[in-house]
Design a protein around this ligand. Structure first.
Ligand SMILES: Cc1cc2nc3c(=O)[nH]c(=O)nc-3n(C[C@H](O)[C@H](O)[C@H](O)COP(=O)(O)OP(=O)(O)OC[C@H]3O[C@@H](n4cnc5c(N)ncnc54)[C@H](O)[C@@H]3O)c2cc1C
Length: 341
């Protein structure tokens, strides 16, 4: 879908789209799109290459068509996380994240509606996932920034840790554990606590992104911080555990850290532990029927939006399930309103 049309009374009444006619090119395009979405989280350059190949087929084989809508048009074209220019414009702190979502999440629906005078909301909101747990033992270590200070409760939900990683640490962070925690984490991997998509990254990080440091000075060299700072941070963490004081970050599960330490690089520029990102904001809609709102705050007749192309209940703060729940409830409202409109 490329363009929306409004009639003389301002109602959205048609869409223009490109279609690859049924046949081998269409089949191949569908396979490429499917694999691009599957491989993107693991091998981003391969995903980008496959998408480029898909676009070549689209350009050379598709035919332009127009579809007229008798009652209304519902946009359900996903978010914009695969559009690097939009990420740089609306959420520049997240440009180093690994975009998640389908290959088509490139903001086209948002752009098409904006071209018709629609307004958007919360485009700066990104869900950034950084799950230390599982294996749960990793949460008992400490995440420190480039000054050797902790900046988040390591046991929080992964989207909260991810946001802190971007917005509080500036994207430079190391997880400090010790040999005992490394062994417990290693035992938890494959111990029935984890699924395959969690097991592989955990093994990668425990084996190939886990530098040893016998002393605080060696640890400081790995992190790139002042040795006295990281030594003081570890001492404070241990002292609170020994004295039974609450944790400075309100974490419940804690373990004393003792040399030799291990430091896992969690920085955004390290490919071994990518920060997975998803856009949350989208077109402003009327909450009663998901009609898209114009810049004047009034509904654009005949135009509805649901899912991540629209702002919804998860747009300010995401937790697992909230986006899909929003897609279902908003889609139902939009569909019902468009069908009776
Ligand atoms: C790995 C992963 C795990 C997730 N886990 C959870 C979870 O546990 N809980 C939760 O709530 N959410 C989760 N999400 C998020 C959730 O899946 C998405 O937010 C949701 O699927 C978005 O649905 P949507 O219909 O808005 O967009 P999509 O599912 O992205 O669908 C949009 C479709 O529109 C197509 N499209 C785009 N532009 C055009 C165009 N111009 N013309 C025609 N078609 C177009 C796209 O190709 C795509 O097929 C997860 C996402 C990922 C990637």
């Amino acid at each position: 879908m490329r363009k929306l049309f409004r009639n003389d009374s301002g109602r959205v009444h048609a869409v223009e789209y490109d279609e690859i006619p049924a046949g081998p090119a269409r089949w191949l395009h569908a396979q490429i799109d499917f694999f691009a979405t599957k491989v993107s989280p693991f091998v981003p350059p391969l995903g980008r290459g496959l998408r480029a190949l898909g676009r070549v087929i689209e350009r050379s084989r598709s035919q332009r068509r127009t579809l007229h809508a008798r009652r209304g048009v519902v946009l359900a074209t996903g978010g914009y996380i695969h559009n690097p220019e939009m990420v740089a414009t609306h959420a520049p702190a997240y440009v180093r994240g690994l975009p998640m979502g389908t290959a088509g999440c490139s903001g086209e629906g948002i752009a098409m509606a904006e071209a018709q005078g629609a307004q958007s909301r919360h485009l700066d909101r990104i869900s950034a996932w950084f799950f230390l747990n599982p294996p749960s033992a990793l949460c008992e270590g400490i995440l420190v920034d480039k000054s050797g200070e902790r900046f988040v409760n390591e046991a929080l939900y992964g989207a909260s840790v991810g946001r802190a990683l971007v917005e509080a640490s500036g994207g430079h962070a190391f997880l400090v554990i010790d040999r005992a925690l490394w062994r417990r984490a290693r035992a938890q991997v494959g111990g029935g606590q984890m699924q395959l998509f969690q097991t592989l990254p955990a093994l990668l990080n425990l084996w190939f992104n886990c530098g040893r440091a016998a002393t605080p000075a060696a640890l400081a060299r790995r992190i790139g911080c002042d040795p006295a700072a990281i030594e003081a941070t570890i001492e404070r963490y241990n002292a609170d555990i020994r004295s039974g004081q609450p944790d400075a970050m309100q974490k419940d599960e804690r373990a004393l850290l003792a040399p030799p330490y291990r430091a896992i690089n969690c920085s955004l520029d390290d490919w071994r532990w990518p920060l997975m990102t998803l856009s949350l904001g989208g077109l402003a809609v009327d909450e009663a029927n998901n009609g898209v709102l114009g810049n004047d705050g009034q509904p654009i007749p005949g135009l509805f939006a649901a899912g991540r192309v629209a702002a919804g209940i998860c747009s300010n703060q995401y937790v697992s399930g909230l986006s899909l729940a929003d897609c279902v409830s908003a889609g139902r409202r939009a569909g019902a309103a468009a069908a009776t409109g």
